[in-house]
Unconditional design. Sequence first.
Length: 53
Amino acid sequence: MGGCSRRGPRTAGLPRSRLAVLPGTTHITLIDRTDRLLEMIGEFLDAPVPEGG
């Protein structure tokens, strides 16, 4: 169930999406990385909207 497939990342066709990779982190251990996760969410929400999106 990775974030990519043979056809490309699952974000294809989602213009306002962004792939985030947290090395050494799983869906279970994500709760231990909330400091980095919150930083990434803030960066995403503060980023300008791309043209056409």
